[in-house]
Design a protein. Structure first.
Length: 200
């Protein structure tokens, strides 16, 4: 896939998409289609532990939001295949934060994103024995506490995204699928004040 195609297939989430994605199962199904390629409702159902009727219904909702489409190059009249319309999605909470009708979908979506990240990292830890040969000293889980202005945080994130883009290319023999997570958000420090605790 060319870089031009990648840029086209990474789309910002709009309100319609956000409402469709405000469901953990639909997010998981879209994630599987983006990561593993086209699939049937039956195949997705086996992977997510749901019936094909349930996954078929959710696929139609994702299709109505423009997130997935029927893969006309596969399947037949009895077997419908689905694919993700885009390689990835991106969103800015600021686009929805002032709309009270989207407060609940936004909350569900963001919490699901965090949960999916945790699941992906937890899965790697659970499967560590299979990766230990090549990845035992390569996988990285880091965090950093910084003092930044909002503008500096935006600039830093942009630089990280530029680095990621430098490494984005078509798959080659010997490659592994690698997930790179990145977050930058504020947190409130709550230091203990002198004299506020009693000695035991």
């Amino acid at each position: 896939m060319t870089k031009e195609r990648r840029a086209e297939s990474s789309r910002p989430i709009d309100a319609r998409m956000l409402r469709a994605l405000a469901h953990p199962l639909r997010m998981r199904m879209l994630e599987l289609l983006q990561a593993d390629g086209p699939a049937t409702a039956t195949g997705l159902g086996k992977r997510v532990g749901e019936s094909s009727g349930t996954t078929s219904w959710h696929l139609r909702l994702l299709a109505e939001a423009g997130l997935v489409e029927e893969d006309s190059e596969r399947g037949n009249k009895r077997e419908r295949w689905w694919r993700s319309v885009q390689e990835s999605t991106r969103m800015r909470a600021a686009d929805f934060i002032d709309d009270p009708d989207l407060a609940a979908p936004l909350d569900i979506y963001l919490r699901s994103v965090i949960e999916h990240r945790y699941q992906a990292e937890s899965r790697f830890v659970s499967e560590l024995p299979r990766w230990v040969g090549e990845w035992y000293d390569k996988a990285v889980f880091n965090d950093a506490r910084l003092s930044l202005t909002p503008e500096e945080a935006v600039a830093m994130s942009a630089e990280v995204e530029e680095v990621v883009e430098r490494y984005r290319r078509d798959a080659r023999p010997g490659d592994h699928n690698v997930i790179a997570h990145w977050s930058a958000f504020p947190w409130q420090a709550r230091p203990e004040e002198p004299g506020t605790s009693k000695s035991e």
